[in-house]
Design a protein around this ligand. Structure first.
Ligand SMILES: CC(C)(COP(=O)(O)OP(=O)(O)OC[C@H]1O[C@@H](n2cnc3c(N)ncnc32)[C@H](O)[C@@H]1OP(=O)(O)O)[C@@H](O)C(=O)NCCC(=O)NCCS
Length: 144
């Protein structure tokens, strides 16, 4: 297993894993190859972006993308996407990718890390095992 930053040439393979993930339940999202490629390319181009992909024999199995925000008290990190190809799940790869990412994130420079995920789902449980908890003060607001 190899971990390295995502390169633009990884995007088509990662877009396949992304579509396979988020077009399935519970998301049932309507991604196409074009929209998935655009989404991942935008994540790669974010200011202060961070990303890591996991490969097995040269094949990208999944990735994590995030970026730092500058705040008054220093840097805060937002994780924007994490996905492992459905055929590679349940083998410890997602956890290994996340642990690697968090330790490579130079956490001494980052005060906290946050992310959005669907409540009461297996992914919330997954993040809980990695030390994430529900925010005590913030709430997500949406419109309409
Ligand atoms: C969430 C995800 C990244 C986990 O990757 P993975 O490689 O399948 O997970 P791992 O095999 O590393 O599992 C790590 C731990 O989480 C637990 N876990 C993983 N998937 C789980 C699930 N669906 N339900 C409950 N627990 C789960 C495992 O049991 C394991 O716990 P353990 O260390 O006590 O044995 C992957 O399932 C995925 O891509 N899911 C769809 C996308 C998603 O949910 N992304 C995050 C939210 S946007």
């Amino acid at each position: 297993m190899e971990f390295r930053p995502v390169s633009p040439t990884d995007l088509p393979r990662l877009a396949e894993a992304f579509i396979a993930t988020f077009s399935a339940e519970p998301w049932s999202e309507a991604w196409t190859m074009d929209s998935a490629l655009a989404c991942l390319a935008d994540l790669l181009a974010l200011p202060r972006a961070a990303h890591l992909t996991v490969l097995d024999e040269g094949v990208c199995l999944g990735a994590i993308f995030g970026f730092d925000h500058v705040k008054d008290h220093g840097l805060t990190h937002e994780i924007r996407e994490l996905f492992i190809h459905p055929q590679a799940r349940g083998q410890g790869i997602g956890q290994a990718l996340m642990v690697r990412y968090l330790t490579e994130r130079h956490l001494s420079d980052v005060n906290n890390v946050y992310l959005l995920t669907a409540r009461d789902t297996p992914s919330e449980e997954f993040y809980g095992r990695l030390g994430f908890r529900r925010a005590r003060q913030q709430v997500v607001l949406v419109r309409p």
